[in-house]
Design a protein around this ligand. Structure first.
Ligand code: ZN
Ligand code: ZN
Length: 372
């Protein structure tokens, strides 16, 4: 039988553990667990762990009420359950004994709740501990084919919705940012997405100058530049795209210039993407364009972030990041210029690093007018 993508990732993780002289990684519900086992579980107070030792097969220790579902979802054969009212720590003790951990550190999921961490530490008292990211960070940063396929499809859904917003612009003016955010959510679901990958941003007029503004009750008027930034998930993987559009009327003074600068910065950054290049060079490429145009003060954030099971993950495209880009890495390129009290402009595409350069995962029009 050929290994599933999840099993292949687990085997690669075990190889990393051996290279690091680490004994095991222990995951709790979250992106690491989903990456290795396929189990997408919401964290709760009940102890729910998976021990992946450097050799052998992983073992789950989960609440009985989750057992069947985990069994049906994962390639991992050994799924042990403990009963409500029972003693999860005793169950875990048995699992750890059966895993026959070698010498070396035990790496813990960085999102593991403290109550589970303390249980593990009590049982493995004299061990040194580290973080799972040591073994998983570089693996998760380079997406495999199954992941890229999901990311591409998530991008298609987001692009379809972005195009639809332009087409229906006339009907959207006069509604509030919050109403449009809900509209975006419905449209993403209708187009085949699974929920939203983050709270959609619909920021009109001066609100667009606040990069952290999600949406509020401002009614979108004629001439308001609107920053739309949203995404959905497909097979667990997210999209994340931004366009700044004037839905009706004439934009404010300077807007067209700024939009042109940001668009040029995005193109320059994407042109800079290729294997072997440091992430900071991509950030630099965007920043150079914006600084040369005199808007450097208005570009208040890094150029991008890695995207995977987590919407923000490695690699970060920041001015101080020496991470070298590798084929399979996926990240956003999203330069922006924010003019306090006036408007903001951001344009965001996801890209995947290829052997030759990069492939964009978004292709909806990038212009500011409704016709693109
Ligand atoms: Zn975004
Ligand atoms: Zn983003």
């Amino acid at each position: 039988m050929t290994a599933t993508p999840h099993e292949r990732r687990t085997r690669a993780c075990q190889e990393r553990l051996r290279a690091l002289d680490a004994a095991a990684v222990i995951c709790s519900p979250g992106a690491n667990l989903q990456y290795l086992t396929g189990v997408d579980e919401t964290p709760s107070e009940r102890q729910f762990l998976c021990v992946v030792s450097a050799d052998g097969d992983p073992v789950f220790s989960v609440p009985e009420l989750a057992g069947t579902q985990v069994d049906e979802t994962t390639w991992v054969d050994d799924v042990r359950v403990w009963r409500d009212g029972g003693e999860p720590r005793a169950a875990l003790d048995e699992v750890l004994a059966d895993c026959e951990l070698g010498a070396g550190r035990v790496l813990l999921d960085e999102t593991m709740p403290a109550r589970f961490v303390l249980d593990v530490q009590r049982l493995l008292g004299d061990r040194a501990f580290g973080l799972a990211t040591e073994a998983l960070g570089s693996l998760r940063a380079r997406k495999d084919e199954a992941e890229l396929d999901a990311l591409r499809r998530a991008g298609v859904v987001a692009d379809r919705v972005m195009r639809g917003l332009r087409e229906d612009a006339a009907a959207l003016v006069g509604r509030s940012e919050a109403a449009l955010a809900r509209e975006v959510e419905h449209r993403l679901a209708d187009a085949g997405g699974d929920g939203v990958s983050f709270e959609p941003i619909v920021a009109a007029g001066p609100n667009g100058a606040k990069p952290h503004h999600a949406h509020g009750d401002r009614v979108i008027g004629e001439g308001d530049p609107v920053v739309f930034d949203f995404g959905t998930r497909v097979d667990g993987y997210p999209s994340d795209t931004t366009r700044t559009v004037v839905l009706a009327g004439d934009p404010p003074t300077e807007f067209e210039t700024v939009h042109g600068v940001v668009r040029e910065a995005a193109t320059a950054a994407i042109d800079a993407v290729e294997p072997g290049v440091e992430a900071r060079a991509v950030d630099r490429a965007a920043r150079d364009v914006i600084e040369a145009a005199g808007y450097g003060e208005g570009f208040v954030h890094r150029t991008g972030h890695g995207v995977g099971l987590d919407i923000h993950e490695e690699p970060y495209i920041a001015s101080d990041s020496e991470t070298r880009l590798e084929p399979g890495m996926v990240f956003s390129v999203e330069p922006g210029v924010y003019l306090d009290g006036a408007f903001g402009v951001r344009i965001e595409d996801l890209v995947v690093v290829t052997e030759a350069g990069c492939e964009r995962l978004n292709d909806s029009p990038r212009g500011w007018s409704v016709d693109g």
